[in-house]
Ligand binder design. Sequence first.
Ligand SMILES: CCCCCCCCCCCCCCCCCCCCCCCC(=O)SCCNC(=O)CCNC(=O)[C@H](O)C(C)(C)COP(=O)(O)OP(=O)(O)OC[C@H]1O[C@@H](n2cnc3c(N)ncnc32)[C@H](O)[C@@H]1OP(=O)(O)O
Ligand SMILES: NC(=O)C1=CN([C@@H]2O[C@H](COP(=O)(O)OP(=O)(O)OC[C@H]3O[C@@H](n4cnc5c(N)ncnc54)[C@H](OP(=O)(O)O)[C@@H]3O)[C@@H](O)[C@H]2O)C=CC1
Length: 515
Amino acid sequence: MSMIAAFYSGKSILITGATGFLGKVLMEKLFRTSPDLKVIYILMRPKSGQTLQQRVFQILNSKLFEKVKDVCPNVHEKIRAIYADLNQNDLAISKEDMQELLSCTNIVFHCAATVRFDDHLRHAVQLNVTATQQLLLMASQMPKLEAFIHISTAFSNCNLKHIDEVIYPCPVEPKKIIDSMEWLDDAIIDEITPKLIGDRPNTYTYTKALGEMVVQQESRNLNIAIVRPSIVGATWQEPFPGWVDNLNGPSGLIIAAGKGFLRAIRGTPKAVADLIPVDTVANLTLAVGWYTAVNRPKSTLIYHCTSGNFNPCYWGKMGFQVLAAFEKIPFERAFRRPYADFTTNTITTQYWNAVSHRAPAIIYDFYLRLTGRKPRMTKLMNRLLRTVSMLEYFLNRSWEWSTYNTEMLMSELSPEDQRVFNFDVRQLNWLEYIENYVLGVKKYLLKEDMAGVPKAKQHLKRLRNIHYLFNTALLLIAWRLLIARSQMARNVWLFIVSFCYKFLSYFRASGTLKV
Ligand SMILES: CCCCCCCCCCCCCCCCCCCCCCCC(=O)SCCNC(=O)CCNC(=O)[C@H](O)C(C)(C)COP(=O)(O)OP(=O)(O)OC[C@H]1O[C@@H](n2cnc3c(N)ncnc32)[C@H](O)[C@@H]1OP(=O)(O)O
Ligand SMILES: NC(=O)C1=CN([C@@H]2O[C@H](COP(=O)(O)OP(=O)(O)OC[C@H]3O[C@@H](n4cnc5c(N)ncnc54)[C@H](OP(=O)(O)O)[C@@H]3O)[C@@H](O)[C@H]2O)C=CC1
């Protein structure tokens, strides 16, 4: 019997960010392994014209939750959607809901965040710092609370090379930052943002670091732990391999490469690609919840959920495996044949951006205009290049994360728990994982069927022939121009022609002699 699964039975659990990538997988696993849990409160907001109930309905009816319905047929009765907006200072939770949350909650998993790299500092602070502070305040008023688990990121201290399982202070106190966001106007915030984030690459990593400081400062006598995942990718094993539902991290780039838009990317092939499957993060988080509640460690423990020091994969190898997967699992209606390479310096990157990204987009838009359609490729390409430029920071560096607490936790689990809540990435086979990832991207993001693979392969063959034809035509035109302008080229051309002529004459003559 799994001790962790038994621990969550009968519990009232509060999850923020349950509609997000990690939140959904966490909730799915909880229901599947502890169907007897009492209730999961999810703090959520209406979105895209959908009410809370419609959003919950959509999640429960998704492929991800198929297995849950077998083990926990009354799952819909065990989810209590509570209106909350983390953008509001008081989280906008109604009095009655707040009362229920405060009096019933046993465990909190705080996953909600803005994960956009380019978010305005004011919004990022509100979501990743102030909302965390508010939740901690709520937690401090929960008499039945056994553990509060805060999800941060392994990159919150990406300005360091070696990162321990400790909280590193930022120069300016989070309280001062929160206060200043209230009275500074946007223009001034824009001006001071680069100074505040310092040597971090974006507002996301900076505000996640501030969020950790808030956790440390506001922990009072709470039983808190922090989980720091690296780059969260598709599921490895559970509930099935390859599930993914957003474009963050590698997923968007896999699409861009598979559709033939992305042909070169500034990245260091030998840098560690610290990807971690989302189900591994969910398993570790649930194990941390159990351990924190049962053992009540004296201080706030931080758990790195990373792959690099257990089972490193490198960007070069990963890129190669992604490209190999496209051979078996091509995407439909590709713009160009999938081929991409890592470039290591800015000049070659600019060259490839011009030749392999912008030029084909311009040519295609010209073709669209000629055929009376609206040009769109240049705009799309510019957006892609902007996205890529924001991810480059993470493709050109390696980090070392110490994992003492994570290893300690692994050793504390029973063999059954190590199996059911597996977070041992040493067992992960990258080749298999990447292939399932690409397949998952095709199925769940692009909504493409495997039945379309033969047609997709045919389309790629056509693109290859167009590519050869185009290159041959280009070569001939270039040569013709060169001959027209340079005596030397003309001499070379004459030499080649006369050499070929002599060669042919020789064969014709020797052929005649033989006869
Ligand atoms: C032999 C060698 C071969 C080489 C082969 C190469 C193969 C390629 C595959 C290899 C994989 C490489 C993967 C590298 C990934 C590195 C990721 C590093 C991430 C570090 C994470 C730190 C960990 C965390 O804690 S953060 C969580 C992760 N967060 C994110 O990833 C957020 C990133 N996204 C953003 O911040 C924004 O979306 C932004 C700024 C990128 C774009 O904002 P913008 O306002 O311009 O647009 P959006 O409205 O958001 O979207 C516009 C458009 O772009 C699509 N899109 C969004 N995100 C991505 C993305 N990550 N990749 C690609 N496309 C994306 C979005 O859907 C929109 O499309 P529309 O069609 O216009 O709707
Ligand atoms: N993805 C990754 O690569 C990594 C993620 N992490 C961390 O993991 C956690 C989960 O990330 P992930 O699942 O990928 O992120 P997602 O963007 O998929 O999910 C974010 C969640 O936060 C919720 N949220 C955002 N704004 C608000 C708001 N104003 N009010 C209420 N809820 C809100 C979203 O709700 P809604 O659906 O309404 O928008 C969503 O449920 C985050 O803390 C992130 O920092 C750490 C490392 C890597």
